[in-house]
Write a protein that binds this ligand. Structure first.
Ligand SMILES: C[S@@+](CC[C@H](N)C(=O)[O-])C[C@H]1O[C@@H](n2cnc3c(N)ncnc32)[C@H](O)[C@@H]1O
Length: 532
């Protein structure tokens, strides 16, 4: 075997959690708007490489060659496939635990080395890997020889799909590979491996338009999913008109339908692992059964020395414990849902992206832009809002954007949380508050409804996942607003509409109400309220 995976989050690479750490406890014009979390997903890159997948750590090159010594291929047993040629839907009906046992036995027959992990079913995550013996932190838990992995090597050397896959990204190549091998059923030499794969995931990429519109209403994920689906359908159309329709004998219609393509893509997206050292995506026996834990730091990578894909543990495990990896350090729930079809309600890395920028009409725009550039920021710039923190840099950025006195520019420091003056601070906190309020109002219903759906046994998987996502995102906004309120409270001498100053403690709720409703026309509101 030899294989492929997507890569990181181009848009947000410098915005991850580690760089920012303004805890709400310690405390949080421009144009402001919430953005879909374009983490690993980028429609611009889609056609050539759908930048997604575990270990989103480095960028992904083309797939026309095997990179950095990862040669792959060859060894996947020349076992003669037997059985009828038939389109086999590797559906949920397959008993996955039995399939895993069968696959492990089959691998052994092919000379696969003994591992410290065994595949096992877990209630929450489905198939996973458990420690077969006690493991110490830093130990090699898994070592899969490269020739047992499916990669671009297999795609590029495939008698049927190499043509359609040419010039496309690794994930599309692997999707084509999976579609074709699925049509071969038991004749496929990969059959025991394919039997482990779910037919598709619960990703909203596969939901109907109506389901997406209803269930993701308010979430920035909706826009993201729509973009992805459009890009995916475009790729399919190209493949269909360029290859599938022209040769229906080879590309049997059922196995190469749009539905089959989307299903296979979602499966590949959820199972292919990006190997940073080899800069390649791979389907890795055992490795593709490892589930994600946000707190985990272990990840799969190619070891040139061992010529194998290796997992080193980041903690001790007892026999039977599930061994986890990280699918990427800073993946918000919207990304997990789209890429893998699950939501982690306790995800410490969950975030919403907020975009801020300078006003076109700002007479100091040129100067401000220079300051931003020197500090390494764009205009506009996206920042993450986490449920317990947001970046100090976000505040500084917005403070700068609202400054009209050049004499105060010297106070702008991106590595420190420095209030420029109270009027400026009041403005920016109100703007952010208003933006959060508007974003929150875009979701239908309250959090009680989401909690009800999550615990409702009759609710569908899609309804539950969407409710989990909405709940987490709303919590980020609610917590952000609470933090903004905390920051606003001690500001004394707050300017009011009629001019003059007012003690905030006298009618603080009224002030917040006002502040939270301004986002639809922030500059208009501010030009009125701060009229000199
Ligand atoms: C690489 S596969 C892992 C094997 C998979 N559990 C299976 O049953 O085949 C990724 C899939 O595992 C599931 N998964 C991984 N981590 C999870 C988590 N923390 N919570 C829930 N599901 C998880 C999701 O269904 C995801 O699409």
């Amino acid at each position: 075997m030899s294989g492929v995976l997507p890569s990181p989050r181009p848009g947000v690479c410098n915005l991850g959690a580690p760089k920012y750490g303004n805890n709400f406890g310690a405390d949080i014009l421009c144009s402001i708007a919430f953005r879909s979390c374009r983490t690993s997903l980028s429609s611009g890159d889609f056609k050539n490489s759908y930048r997604l997948g575990h270990n989103s750590r480095s960028s992904l090159g083309g797939n026309s060659r095997i990179r950095n010594g990862f040669s792959g291929g060859r060894g996947w047993a020349a076992r003669e496939a037997t059985g009828k040629r038939a389109f086999v839907c590797m559906a949920a009906a397959v008993d996955r635990a039995a399939a895993a046992t069968e696959f492990a036995g089959w691998l052994k027959e092919q000379g696969f080395p003994d591992q410290a992990l065994e595949m096992k079913m877990f209630e929450k995550e489905g198939l996973g890997c458990a420690a077969a013996r006690p493991l110490k932190a830093g130990e090699i838990a898994l070592s899969v020889p490269e020739n047992f992995c499916v990669t671009a090597f297999d795609v590029n050397n495939h008698p049927v799909v190499s043509g359609p896959a040419r010039g496309r990204g690794d994930l599309i190549g692997l999707t084509l590979w999976l579609m074709y091998e699925r049509t071969q059923g038991q004749l496929s030499k990969w059959y025991p491996f394919l039997k482990l794969f779910p037919e598709a995931t619960a990703s909203p990429l596969l939901w109907s338009d109506a389901e997406r519109d209803e269930l993701l209403k308010g979430s920035p994920a909706l826009e993201e999913v729509k973009d992805r689906v459009a890009a995916l359908e475009e790729v399919y159309e190209e493949l269909n008109s360029g290859f599938f329709e022209k040769d229906p004998q080879t590309f049997a219609s059922e196995g190469f339908s749009l539905t089959a393509f989307k299903n296979a893509f979602s499966t590949i997206l959820s199972r292919a692992t990006y190997l940073p050292t080899a800069d390649i995506f791979a389907l890795i026996p055992y490795g593709d059964c490892l589930n994600h834990k946000a707190e985990c730091e272990a990840f799969l990578d190619f070891s040139m020395e061992d010529e194998a894909v290796v997992l080193r543990t980041d903690r001790d495990y007892r026999v039977g414990d599930q061994v986890f990896i990280s699918y990427g350090a800073d993946r918000p729930n919207s990304d997990l849902l789209i890429s893998y079809g699950f939501v982690d309600q306790s995800n410490p890395n969950d975030f919403l992206s907020i975009e801020v920028g300078l006003l076109e009409t700002d007479r100091l725009m040129g100067l401000k832009q220079q300051i931003l550039e020197q500090a390494g920021f764009d205009n506009p710039q996206t920042f993450p809002l986490f449920k317990d923190r947001f970046p100090t840099q976000l505040l500084t950025y917005v403070r700068l954007s609202r400054l009209s006195d050049v004499g105060l520019f010297a106070k702008i420091l991106f590595d420190q949380d420095v209030i420029i003056d109270q009027t400026n601070e009041y403005e920016i906190l109100m703007l952010l508050m208003g933006e959060c309020r508007v974003a929150l109002q875009a979701y239908a219903g309250g959090s009680d409804e989401e909690n009800r759906i999550i615990s409702d046994k009759k609710a569908s998987i899609k309804e539950k996942l969407a409710a989990q996502l909405r709940l987490c995102e709303k919590q980020i906004l609610i917590n952000s607003m609470a933090a903004l309120r905390n920051r606003l409270a001690p500001i004394r001498g707050i300017p009011v509409k009629g001019g003059g100053l007012k003690d905030p403690n006298s009618d603080i709720m009224e002030m917040f109400d006002m502040a939270e409703q301004i986002a639809s026309a922030p500059s208009k509101f501010l030009s009125n309220i701060f009229k000199k």
